[in-house]
Design a binder for this molecule. Structure first.
Ligand code: HEC
Length: 208
């Protein structure tokens, strides 16, 4: 119990005792005086019990307050060290794995394609975790509903080492990227199936 609360209780107690005294004193015979003392004793006992009951609660309150201060300090320290990439930057990572997955699949390097499927999945899951919402758009839900099922389709094609199925599934995945960009009011960002030889500094063909 807080200090102010038990001060309030004490004041209430004093008021009750005073009223008792005013009512009982003018007619104070032996019997009423005895009654008055009894009542006073009961009230004092009650007050003592209440205060005793408040003691552990007050300790608990202090412990909770200390814990809260401790947590606030830790959180402030974490916020200083933790870097959370904003959505645009997290999407660049998604874009890179989208491209690398394609080049690996196009080179029929299924092991590498399988590696990039997992990287793409992880990149999308990171976006889900870090950006539940962005500008009022439910990003995590859209990724789950639109992109992840298409990633799974590509994964099946990679597991079956099926080039035709891979191309079809990759096209659908790319469409899902753009569908979400449209849903999020970002149709200005238009993703396409990569063209050309890949990245200049990485060989996507199967290594001997
Ligand atoms: C939640 C639905 C959603 C899905 C699914 C999605 N994106 Fe995005 N993407 C966004 C939003 C929203 C932005 C704009 C972020 C901003 O405002 O900073 C964006 C931005 C981007 C950007 C722009 C980043 C830059 O700085 O150039 C690229 C590239 C991108 N996404 C690629 C992809 C690719 C590739 C896929 C599919 C594998 C994909 N996105 C799937 C919502 C999505």
């Amino acid at each position: 119990m807080e200090k102010s609360t038990w001060v309030q209780s004490y004041l209430k107690l004093t008021v009750i005792l005073s009223i008792n005294a005013i009512i009982l004193h003018p007619v104070a015979g032996v019997c009423t005086t005895h009654l008055y003392i009894m009542k006073r004793l009961i009230l004092i006992l009650l007050a003592a019990t209440t205060l005793a009951a408040c003691q552990p609660a007050s300790n608990e309150f202090a412990a909770l307050r200390n814990e809260l201060t401790d947590l606030k300090t830790k959180q402030a320290a974490l916020e200083k060290t933790q870097y959370i990439p904003h959505l645009g930057w997290a999407m660049v990572q998604v874009q890179i794995y989208h491209a690398k997955l394609y080049f690996a699949g196009a080179a029929k390097n299924w092991e590498l394609a399988s590696y990039y499927i997992h990287e793409l999945e992880e990149a999308l899951e990171d976006v889900q975790k870090l950006h539940l919402e962005h500008e009022g758009i439910k990003i995590a839900e859209l990724i789950k509903a639109m992109a992840l099922p298409q990633v799974e389709n590509v994964e099946n094609a990679v597991e079956q080492k099926d080039t035709v199925a891979f191309s079809a599934a990759f096209e659908k995945l790319t469409t899902s990227c753009n569908q979400c960009h449209q849903a999020a009011g970002k149709s200005i960002i238009h993703i396409k199936v990569p063209q050309g030889a890949g990245l200049p500094n990485q060989d996507f063909t199967l290594q001997p």
